[in-house]
Ligand binder design. Structure first.
Ligand SMILES: [Zn+2]
Length: 203
């Protein structure tokens, strides 16, 4: 693991604002650093309306970023400091999803007519120890150095390993948004950067 990535993963827990696992109606589990704010509740309500499954969504806020994904009626959400790149947040979401299924017999628990969030209380330890503290041990991320001709400087790009490994065609295009513009980076199956291109954005 690179020194920069190691530094990024260090004290990861301090860079996370909140983690939430919910279904369409209510929260099953949450981990928060701060007292839950009104904007947090509004974000959650908005996110629950999005019915698209198996796609990572990103929300950029002035002071934080949010990544979430809906998988089999559950919505996994993480909010973090802006310093963490989205692929790191997505890797955290992947871990939360797999550990949540590993830890609980969800088919049984979810079949009860009312599910109390206390059923999932001890997932806090899994989040803090297995997922956040041991993040670097799972070796989920590759660190690539990318030179941007517009900025005239190099950046560390953090890419989820399974994002590349699961692809069928190479190189894989990854858009790196930074400083108000974007660079498209082409990455081959050995995680080698094959080239970059300035890309125009709309939307
Ligand atoms: Zn740039």
């Amino acid at each position: 693991m690179s020194v920069v990535l190691e530094r990024m993963a260090e004290n990861l827990i301090n860079k996370i604002n909140y983690i939430n696992i919910s279904n369409d109606k209510h929260t099953l589990f949450e981990w928060t650093k701060f007292r839950t704010s009104q904007s947090y509740i509004l974000d959650l309500n908005q996110i629950r309306k999005n019915e698209v499954e198996n796609v990572y969504f990103h929300i950029e806020k002035s002071d934080m970023k949010i990544a979430y994904i809906r998988k089999e009626n559950l919505i996994y959400l993480v909010s973090a400091q802006k310093i963490l790149q989205y692929q790191i947040l997505e890797a955290i979401l992947d871990q939360i999803n797999s550990k949540f299924h590993e830890t609980f017999d969800l088919d049984v628990i979810m079949s009860y007519s009312s599910v109390s969030s206390s059923a999932f209380k001890h997932f806090k330890h899994v989040i803090e120890n297995d997922i956040l503290n041991d993040f670097h041990k799972h070796d989920l991320i590759k660190d690539l150095l990318v030179y941007c001709k517009t900025c005239k400087k190099s950046f560390h790009l953090f890419i989820k390993k399974n994002e590349i490994e699961h692809q069928k065609t190479f190189p894989v295009p990854i858009v790196y948004r930074h400083e108000g513009h974007a660079l498209i980076c082409f990455i081959d199956k050995n995680f080698v950067l094959r080239g970059t291109k300035f890309v125009r954005i709309t939307g």
